[in-house]
Design a protein around this ligand. Structure first.
Ligand SMILES: [Zn+2]
Length: 228
């Protein structure tokens, strides 16, 4: 993790305009909670580029950009998952039982993390909704009255493909989901294709629903991904 953060901080030290390194203001230490205990990491402050902005002497930190919670995303998620299923006090006890975490982490920590992540998830889904507002073609579904109209049917085909890396040393193999979503059966236009490298049920469900909505499906429930 130290390396990851140091790499990120270094990448952010490069001035986007002239591609040279920004000067260092100072280094402080910052404690980050992880599932393996607390880790102290260097928290550098970079100055704004003196070549591009010679009259400014502002400094900024960058660790907060990728680690905004002073806890790793893994620990945040674990705490939030437990916090959403159990009373916060119980969740905190469980974490303390199994993980080498600080004694200062109480049920209030569990509560705070759960609510923080919950709010973030809600923001995210609101943003997604805003970015893909209901489409005009959603109305089409409501207008289709004939029972034997093949366009009444939505057809979704989902398959997974294993992608082999051309160079085994350079990259890992990975799996992607490829899918097609259209209306009507054989002989009808193929509809939309989509692919995702996130093969979790949750992601597949979200992407399928998105594709269905694009095709004019107006419900948003009773969609189960079966077989994974
Ligand atoms: Zn510059």
């Amino acid at each position: 993790m130290k390396q990851e953060l140091a790499t990120y901080a270094l990448a952010r030290r490069v001035c986007e305009a002239c591609e040279r390194l920004r000067p260092v203001k100072d280094y402080t230490m910052r404690k980050i909670r992880t599932v393996f205990g607390t880790v102290a990491v260097k928290n550098p402050r970079w100055m704004v580029c003196q070549r591009c902005f010679p009259h400014f002497s502002m400094a900024f930190t960058v660790l907060g950009e990728i680690c905004p919670d002073r806890a790793t995303p893994e620990l945040m998620e674990l705490t939030a998952r437990l916090g959403s299923m159990l009373p916060y006090r119980k969740a905190a006890e469980l974490l303390a039982e199994f993980l080498p975490i600080e004694p200062t982490e109480s049920h209030q920590t569990a509560r705070k993390r759960t609510l923080t992540l919950g709010a973030r998830l809600e923001d995210q889904s609101l943003r997604q909704e805003r970015e893909s507002p209901p489409l005009a073609c959603e109305r089409t579904q409501l207008e289709l009255g004939m029972t034997n109209d093949p366009l009444r049917e939505f057809v979704v085909s989902i398959d997974t493909a294993h992608i082999r890396s051309a160079d085994q040393k350079m990259a890992r193999d990975f799996e992607i989901v490829v899918a097609r979503c259209g209306r009507g059966g054989r002989g009808m236009p193929p509809g939309h294709y989509f692919a995702t490298s996130n093969t979790s049920q949750r992601e597949m469900r979200a992407r399928t629903l998105q594709a269905l909505q694009f095709e004019g499906y107006s419900g948003n429930y009773h969609l189960d991904i079966v077989g994974r």
